[in-house]
Design a protein around this ligand. Structure first.
Ligand code: SF4
Length: 137
């Protein structure tokens, strides 16, 4: 495949600073698969039903994560993600979502919101496209 046609053909640097900007504020949905639910429940040492009842709500064919009234993700506490090692694929693939990389103008907007962009590891165009394809949104 020829990646030269993409504005990110030379790759993009990104390293999450866990600033929380993308997990707080405006409400949103975070798709969580049954497999991810099991991993999060194991990580929190609670059973899956308790996790679903207290932290999730039905969304599409699975679940999404509840938010506080101010829109913050229920798992974002004390300035960090409390389930970071087992966070859902939607979180793992941010900011490399199709809707963010659809064109350079949109990406410039995302760059302003996410301080991790431009720092750290250089993701190649192929790695970015792999992440886009893994993201549920
Ligand atoms: S906005 Fe960017 S740097 Fe901040 S938590 Fe989200 S992905 Fe990480």
């Amino acid at each position: 495949m020829d990646f030269k046609k993409y504005f990110f053909s030379n790759g993009i640097r990104f390293e999450c600073t866990q600033c929380g900007i993308c997990c707080t504020g405006e409400p949103g949905t975070v798709y969580v698969t049954e497999d991810e639910i099991k991993k999060i429940a194991d990580f929190l040492n609670i059973d899956e039903q308790k996790l679903k009842n207290e932290f999730l709500y039905p969304y599409k064919d699975s679940y999404s994560i509840k938010e506080l009234e101010n829109g913050d993700c229920i798992f974002y506490k004390d300035k960090s993600c409390t389930i970071y090692p087992v966070r859902p694929m939607q979180c793992k693939t941010y900011p490399f979502w199709l809707k963010n990389l659809r064109n350079e103008k949109k990406w410039k907007e995302v760059e302003k919101e996410c301080p991790g962009i431009g720092k750290g590891k250089l993701y190649t165009a192929k790695e970015i496209i792999d992440l886009i394809s893994k993201s549920p949104i």
